[in-house]
Design a protein around this ligand. Structure first.
Ligand SMILES: Cc1cc2nc3c(=O)[nH]c(=O)nc-3n(C[C@H](O)[C@H](O)[C@H](O)COP(=O)(O)OP(=O)(O)OC[C@H]3O[C@@H](n4cnc5c(N)ncnc54)[C@H](O)[C@@H]3O)c2cc1C
Length: 464
């Protein structure tokens, strides 16, 4: 492990107190220009990705560090509130409600580089931008989110969403809007078959495909002709959700509501013009049924049985992974369940397992549960504390519990607030004594519909 190239190098607690560079201790000292709990530094910190996680870290570090440089690489001008996309796709929200200018969240003093990261050279602590420029760093935070691998489904591309009965809430905000239109067209036709799918990889907001299924069912029921519509749910694994109680609940509810539930099938091809989907039977032993390495070559295996299904509407959930430039870097997991696909971090400290000056946060990390904005909220203070500790040559003290939260919409106007973490086989971690995680309620729906968005923006601003 390399010695961190920090500003106040080789500091003991005593010298920290003397210089005022120590965390917490700084607030006790009458030094001008040093606010409470700040660390003086000359370090160069680069944050890759300015979504929920990257902006939260930029704001937190801007508040905690004095001196040094914080660079945030984010190509987009607009921030997307992705948790609103299921509400847009189900017709409850309009798209404009989910967008804000990134500039609104960009902290003063942070250099915003409006470009894509093209590569990471972790051995030389350098990143290269798509424009060709390079940046060196002392500390790196990888927060680039997820790559949507629609190309692993033959015949599928995000441009098809909204046409030929194809929906996909994940594609983009435009995709969510067009998914709403595709569902509406199917409903207006008064009959037919809908197929809802799930991906054979970890996905962001694992509840989103289920939410799309439940909200569509609500709308089918509202037509008064539910029996005219057939609905299938095709799952690549045995489970539908990682939290065991919720998994059992959803399965029971699907059965009660007349869904045809089939397991161990992944969507392998789509013929938009014929409105046909091909599913490959991956089998109960398949590596694809949980967190696993997803290799394109394995996806092209053609020795497995397939079934062809006609549909009038299909909801496509693409396989997901870290972005290509992360996969091609030394930072990608080399072995274990996340190998080749996700960032290799310690799931508790969020420090990289092999490059101690690197941290990961948000959807990009390999962890048994994460990939929600709620996870980002829980991870951000951990990364902040641990990065500042490492900058001072200390062992990372903070630990992420795996906390995540999913307002599981079970119909329009009702939801369950499912909060859980790593411990005790993903046991519930409820935050609100008045909300039972096993009960559907209007209160949980109101939370999703009205309260989560302001809380989310507070996370981005480093306030929560
Ligand atoms: C349909 C849907 C429903 C959801 N529902 C919920 C919910 O109910 N509750 C919940 O908590 N979460 C939900 N989420 C998940 C939540 O939105 C994500 O987990 C969260 O946004 C993750 O934050 P992130 O910063 O890791 O990724 P993102 O917010 O996706 O940000 C990644 C950023 O990296 C940038 N980037 C990408 N490539 C590069 C590059 N090469 N160089 C530089 N920057 C790059 C992108 O432009 C983007 O801004 C939902 C997501 C979706 C899609």
């Amino acid at each position: 492990m390399q010695t961190p190239p920090v500003l106040t190098q080789h500091v003991t607690r005593r010298t920290l107190l003397k210089t005022g560079a120590g965390l917490g201790a700084a607030s006790l000292l009458p030094l001008s220009g040093l606010s409470a709990n700040t660390l003086r530094t000359q370090a160069r910190i680069v944050i890759l990705g300015g979504g929920a996680a990257g902006l939260a870290m930029a704001n937190r570090l801007a508040q905690r560090l004095q001196g040094g440089t914080i660079t945030l690489v984010e190509p987009r001008e607009t921030h997307h509130y992705q948790p609103g996309w299921t509400l847009v796709a189900s017709g409850v929200w309009n798209a404009a409600k989910t967008m804000r200018p990134n500039a609104q969240f960009m902290p003063r003093g942070v250099e915003w580089v409006r470009d894509h990261t093209a590569s990471i050279d972790a051995d030389n602590k350098r990143i290269t931008l798509a424009g060709g420029e390079t940046r060196e760093y002392d500390f790196l935070i990888v927060a680039t989110g997820i790559q949507l691998n629609y190309h692993l489904i033959d015949g599928m591309s995000p441009e098809l969403v909204g046409q030929h009965g194809i929906g996909s809430v994940y594609a983009s905000i435009e995709g969510a809007t067009r998914t709403h239109q595709a569902i509406q067209t199917w409903l207006n036709s008064g009959q037919g078959k809908g197929i809802f799918t799930a991906a054979p990889t970890p996905v962001k907001c694992a509840g989103a495909p289920l939410k799309m299924t439940f909200t569509t069912l609500s709308r089918l029921e509202a037509t008064g002709q539910r029996e005219a519509f057939e609905v299938d749910y095709m799952a690549p694994g045995a489970g539908l959700f990682s939290q065991p109680w919720v998994d059992a609940f959803v399965k029971q509810r699907f059965d009660d509501q007349g869904f045809n539930r089939r397991h161990h099938y992944r969507l392998s091809a789509i013929d938009p013009h014929a409105k046909q989907a091909e599913f490959t039977f991956v089998g109960p032993e398949s590596e694809f049924t949980s967190h696993h390495q997803l290799r394109e070559a394995e996806f092209r295996r053609d020795d497995q049985p397939t079934v062809i299904a006609d549909y009038d509407f299909i909801h496509v959930v693409p396989p997901m992974s870290a972005h290509e430039f992360v996969k091609q870097s030394a930072l990608i997991a080399q072995d274990g369940p996340f190998r080749g696909e996700w960032l290799d971090v310690d799931i508790h400290t969020l420090q990289h397992n092999r490059y101690p000056e690197v941290f990961g946060i948000g959807d990009v990390i390999g962890a048994p549960i994460n990939k929600t904005a709620a996870s980002v909220k829980a991870q951000a203070p951990v990364v902040e504390e641990n990065l500042l500790a490492v900058m001072q040559g200390k062992t990372p003290p903070a630990r992420h519990t795996g906390y995540t939260s999913c307002p599981m919409i079970t119909g329009i106007g009702k939801a369950m607030l499912v909060e859980f973490g790593y411990a005790d086989n993903f046991a519930f971690m409820p935050s609100f004594p008045f909300i039972d995680p096993t009960e559907e309620s209007w209160a949980a729906w109101v939370m999703k519909d009205r309260m989560l968005q302001p809380a989310y923006y507070a996370v981005l601003e480093g306030q929560a």
